[in-house]
Structures are given as structure tokens and as C-alpha cells.
Design a binder for this molecule. Sequence first.
Ligand code: GLA
Length: 389
Amino acid sequence: MNTSELSRQFTDRYGQAENPLRTFYAPGRVNLIGDHTDYSGGLVFPCAINYGTTLLIRKSKQAAFQLASTNFDLFAVLSKDQANQKYGDHWINYPLGVLQQFENAGFELGGIECLFSGNVPNGAGLSSSASVSVLTAYALNALFQCGLDDLTLVQMAQRAENEFVGVQCGVMDQYAVTMGQRDHAMMLDCQTLDCEQVPLVLDDAAIVLINTNQRRELSESKYNERVTETQEALRRVSQHTGIDALAQLSPQQLIDCRLMFADAQTVYSRAMHVVTEHDRVKQAVTALRNKDLESFGRLMFESHDSLRDDYDVSSDPLNALVDIARDTAGVLGARLTGAGFGGCTVNLVRSDHVQSLHDNVERYYQQQTGLSASIYRITPSDGVQEVTG
Ligand code: GLA
């Protein structure tokens, strides 16, 4: 929806007022490689994408927080006390969690009128939620002149999801949505938060996302279960090795520790995914720098296998899409992206073979799964910003 149509909808809902209306935008993100490593202090390699969320926001004379979206029916008018409580399973928990972070940090926020509008597909593993959280944090910081820097906003948005929404997510999504740069992907060390923007020079290849359109079930509880399993793995090895984040262990060091997991094979497999995936990110970024897209793609396939077998976060529809990609000439790599349990695959495809991938997905995916897929071609884009003019 374009900005003038959004302003019209904003005025229809909230009327005219003296306070200026401001517009902000935050993208979604896709992770190219390095999943389920962030909360173990590992490397990730995401980029912001050309799908995102727009927020029109204005200070209001009333003390209430007013939240509406063009994507969902609900219109919430909440007092400060009401805003401190979780609102069922609703999307507004993301902005509410962020409001609470500002209150916790001692900022006295006045009333606001908000209209959100997004085109990041929900539940697709493309961070529609981080897009909303970061957008809210960025806009509140600007509107109430809180003077917080971007990294602080990233961390507040992450804590909003951890503490308010109840998902023990790592920092990758909020970071990528905030710091994204056009034509770049970020190699982020989630332990130190050191980040390198790497030019995503793909020459004759393209990044294609394919949405399984599978309904995700129990994904939050299974996600939190994986977080607990990796904490357990760290507990087992830390005394012996002195590490304070699981990803600091090399695959060989983990193999050397395997007797500590004699009674916990599942936890061992989870740890094996983390340490090998961390390694794959390093190798993939080196391959990209050397313009070796074949190796990058091979590492994507290996990443998928590890997420499927060792980490157990894949699903039949995701595996079907990756297998179709594997069997399509000109596809260099494919893997599930994000948390898994449904959502999208990310594919690296020679540009002149994108159509054959489309055709093969059309031909086989529905037949194998009963679902129909959606396909998006994405470009690496800039992070959160105010929209002017
Ligand atoms: C979700 C979380 C991230 C990350 C990914 C998996 O997107 O929000 O923090 O853990 O899953 O890599």
C-alpha cells in the first residue's frame, strides 16, 4: 500500500490533528546461512529484504496507546496499565513489548496513534515480527527523542520478544532488520556483536525464497525447547573446556567431549549442528568473497541437512522444497531459513534457471504435500529508517 493511501486510512481512523504525522519503515530479513546459532553465540549471515512494514505514528492528546493495522482487523485502545499485559496471541504484543521496554528504561511515553501496514508474509521465517518490534522501537525513539543508539534499540526489541512475547530468540533478526544495507549481507558474531557487511555480489545468480505455506504449529514451544537443549549442551562442556558460548567449540572439540553426552544423544546432536553451522558460515563467507558460488551453495545444502537431522527443525514440506531444488539444474544451494518448522526455503539459483525452479515447484510440490507454494525473488535492502517526503 502506498504512503498516501496509508495517510488517508490513518486520517479516516484518527482524524486530523496538529501533531505531525511521521512515517517509518523496517524491512524483514532472510538468513542466507547460520540458523539456530545466534543464541549459542555463533555466526549468522542474514540480509534485510525488500519486503517490510510501514508505521504511521503521531503523538496524541489522550494518554492511550492506539494501535491499528491494515493487515488485521483489531483496533486496540489501551491505557498504560492495559498495555503492560499480554494481549492473547495477537500481533500487537510486539509493539506492546517494546513500549514496556521503554517504560522499563525510564522513559515516560505519552499517548500515540499508530497504523501499521506490512507485506512480509507472516509465519514465513522472514521476521515479520522483528520488523514490527524494531520499527516500533525506532519510531518511539525518534518521536519521544529518547536519544538511544541503534544497537540499544536492537537489544530492546529482542528483549521485548524474550520477556513479553515469551520467545527466547537470539539477536539476529532485530539486528538484521536494523542494520541491513542495500546489496550487502551481514556476517554477525552474535557473541561479540562484531559485524561485517559483505557485498552480496551474485553476478548471474539470484536469491529466491519459496514459502511452504505450511501452518506452523507449536513452533514457539519447540523453539524454546531447542534453546534449552543448547543451554544443557553448554552446561555439560563448559566446565571441561572453559567456553562460555557453545559456538566457541570446534566440531573436533565437541567430538572429543562426546563421552559427556553418553546419556544425552539428542543434546549432542543439537550441539553438533551449532558448531558445524558456525563453521559453515565462515566457509560460506570466504567462498562468497572468492566468487565461488558453487561452494556457497553446497554449504547451504549441508546446512539444511544439519537443521533437518541434527537440529530437527525441518518439516516434510521444507524437505520437499529443498529436494526439488536439489534436483533442478542451475540451483546452487537451498535450505530452510529462520526458525524452521515451516516457513520458507532460501535458494541460490543461476538466473537463467529461476524459471525451471518455478516449473519444478509447480509440478511436484503440491503433488507431494497437498500444499501450494509461493515464490518471491528478493534483493538485499536497507534497514529501518524514517520515510520522508
Ligand atoms: C528465529 C529467531 C532468531 C534465530 C532464528 C534461527 O528467527 O528469532 O533469533 O534464532 O530463528 O536462526
